[in-house]
Design a protein around this ligand. Structure first.
Ligand code: GLU
Length: 243
């Protein structure tokens, strides 16, 4: 068996919940099974602590305590996503340099108008890509830009998911999403891809609430010329009332 590198990447927003634990357990089992033949396999723990407004050290500690109580040991030190933000910014700038991303200077009023228009017309995405091909010299001096990825406009994206099977979507459903906010902070979509790549993650096994994100994350992966990991999106654990 090839080397398997997995990660469990919880956001420290409260106690570990049953769905998170199931995700951690599956990653742990698959990695430890691979370790029998290939001792270089790794199971990493990454704390996705970029949301500083909701950050709490107790919630981070609750993740360590929960994992330890369950006996789910991880390899090496846990990685703090927040501590890697300079690297995330570096990749956003590399994408700009390659022409795979662009600065967007839309004001919140302009975005609101686009949202309303898209809703009325039933468009799959709302941002009308107005800065995609615009000259930067036209940029208003008083607006701090965000950086958006250039999503493919035509064709299809396919993901061969180990749990969900083969899923194909039309690229027109993908938007030019933000990778770096106007305050210079990276978005989840960028940070996850950069960290998975740098940590050498081979298998992304997580809840299927992230299935849609996989299609977007693949755009960044391909724009950087990185390897796409093997995906497995597991169904959420729901209560009898669907919550
Ligand atoms: N931090 C995300 C969450 O807690 C997981 C991200 C991922 O697995 O890609 O839902």
């Amino acid at each position: 068996m090839d080397t398997v590198v997995t990660r469990f990447a919880p956001s420290p927003t409260g106690h570990l919940h049953i769905g998170g634990i199931r995700t951690a357990l599956i990653n742990y089992i698959i990695t430890n099974q691979a370790k029998i033949d290939n001792p270089d396999s790794k199971f990493f723990l990454r704390i996705e602590d970029t949301d500083r407004t909701r950050h709490s050290e107790e919630a981070v500690q609750a993740i360590y305590d929960g994992m330890n109580w369950l006996g789910l040991s991880w390899d090496g030190d846990a990685v703090s996503q927040f501590s890697r933000s300079d690297r995330h910014t570096e990749v956003a700038e590399a994408l700009l340099e390659k022409g795979m991303a662009y600065k967007c200077y839309c004001t919140s009023e302009e975005l609101e108008a686009m949202r309303e228009k898209a809703q009325k017309e039933g468009l799959p995405t709302f941002y009308d890509r107005r800065w995609r091909d615009k000259d930067e010299n036209d940029a208003p001096a008083d607006v701090k830009p965000v950086i958006r990825i250039k999503a493919p406009l035509t064709g299809e994206t396919v993901i061969e998911d180990k749990v969900q099977g083969k899923i194909t979507i039309k690229n027109e459903q993908l938007d030019d999403f933000i990778i770096l906010r106007s305050d210079g902070t990276p978005t989840y979509m960028l940070a996850v891809v950069v960290d998975d790549n740098d940590m050498g993650v081979t298998h992304v096994l997580r809840g299927d609430d992230h299935m849609n994100n996989a299609f977007r994350q693949k755009i960044i992966i391909e724009a950087m010329g990185w390897d796409t990991p093997i995906y497995g999106h597991m169904p959420m654990i729901l209560g009898p009332d669907g919550s």
